[in-house]
Design a protein around this ligand. Structure first.
Ligand SMILES: Cc1cc2nc3c(=O)[nH]c(=O)nc-3n(C[C@H](O)[C@H](O)[C@H](O)COP(=O)(O)O)c2cc1C
Length: 335
């Protein structure tokens, strides 16, 4: 039975203060490249209206030369609080990009210092900044100077088991002016494997004054509560647990606010959500939205009779009508 102590409940019932921005939720939806577009965020926000959400990561250099703002940076004027996440290794490019992010409506600007993908790290961005703390510091200083909104950092605990440097690194980010740090409790070498090492997040929390958000392996309410208890973090950020399940942030938020567990969505409700997601992607992105929807559809189709077959069919849809028909048939066939 999952429960919160009265002292933890009291601590978590106050707003999360990110510099000048107050957020009435201690659960955040992480940036997920290829996933957290405007359509997905809208679904998450329906169940977690007060939570902070992030765009997919945006390449600052790409933005400098782009004629128009990329779609992944689009923000709905009604969606708040929202952070635009940027990646790069050049402080001046990031500062410029951050200004554009603020013009677009970002409440905070987040710098990606955790992405493990080779294409990004070999150009000096993402988690490779853990190995270049002077550059990381220069980035935070430059962006803080360029914008009037809080600047935050999302990173990992280190490059590899032999190079865990999150304690010095996080302190350096705070001293440079970062107003919040989110820590994915894995090293770059771990990728997404093994367990998130939450103990490092707890150690960072002990030495920082800015909010520390714990990330990694938050797949359910129980994990969120255990993580908060273990780390003393100011909040938790959900990631892979939200794939095909935009209900997760709301479920955790509700529990932290009320001490009550929400009834999980039925297979029918999940399939209705999948259909809505598919239709909205089609409306927002056209054919590209259909191609992108295939992976989302495979994530939604789990845990009910016939799910595997439906997953295979939805993975190859060419049109919105095809997908909607398959989902409607699946709903009709539910026991
Ligand atoms: C498909 C996918 C895309 C991701 N894209 C981003 C991103 O754009 N920016 C970022 O900071 N982290 C990104 N991440 C990392 C997650 O935000 C998160 O830190 C990581 O998945 C650990 O949390 P989890 O164990 O709960 O999944 C991505 C992860 C996945 C699986």
């Amino acid at each position: 039975m999952v429960s919160l102590s009265p002292s933890l409940k009291a601590q978590l019932s106050t707003p999360l203060k990110i510099g000048s921005v107050e957020v009435n939720s201690r659960v955040l939806q992480s940036p997920l490249s290829g996933v957290t577009d405007l359509v997905f965020r809208r679904l998450v926000r329906r169940y977690a209206p007060e939570s902070m959400m992030y765009t997919e990561m945006v390449h600052a250099s790409g933005l400098r030369y782009a004629k128009a703002l990329p779609k992944i940076m689009e923000v709905d004027p009604n969606e708040r609080p929202i952070s635009i996440q940027l990646f790069d290794c050049r402080p001046d490019f990031l500062a410029e990009a951050a200004q554009k992010a603020v013009e677009e409506g970002a409440d905070t600007v987040d710098i990606n210092m955790g992405c493990p993908v080779n294409k990004i790290t070999k150009n000096g961005g993402g988690s490779s900044l853990l190995r270049q703390p002077e550059t990381a510091e220069a980035i935070v200083r430059a962006v803080v100077q360029a914008v009037c909104v809080p600047v935050t950092v999302k990173t990992r605990i280190g490059w590899s088991d032999g190079e865990i440097n999150i304690l010095e690194f996080a302190k350096r980010m705070e001293d440079a002016g970062a107003q919040m740090i989110t820590i994915h409790g894995r090293t770059r070498a771990q990728g997404y494997n093994g367990n998130a090492q939450w103990e490092w997040i707890g150690r960072v929390k002990e030495i920082l004054s800015i909010p520390v958000i714990a990330n990694g392996d938050i797949f359910c309410v129980e994990a969120a509560v255990n993580c908060l208890k273990q780390t003393g973090a100011d909040g938790v950020m959900c990631s892979r647990g939200t794939l095909g399940y935009p209900f997760l942030v709301g479920e955790i938020d509700y529990f932290l606010k009320t001490g009550q567990l929400l009834t999980p969505p039925t297979p029918e409700e999940r399939l209705e959500c999948a259909r809505e997601h598919l239709e909205a992607l089609w409306q927002y992105k056209g054919d590209r939205g259909i191609r992108q929807s295939r992976k989302h559809m495979t994530w939604y189709t789990k845990g009910f009779p016939g799910a595997a077959e439906l997953r295979g069919q939805l993975a190859v849809i060419e049109t919105v009508e095809q997908g909607v028909e398959l989902i409607e048939q699946a709903i009709a066939a539910l026991p």
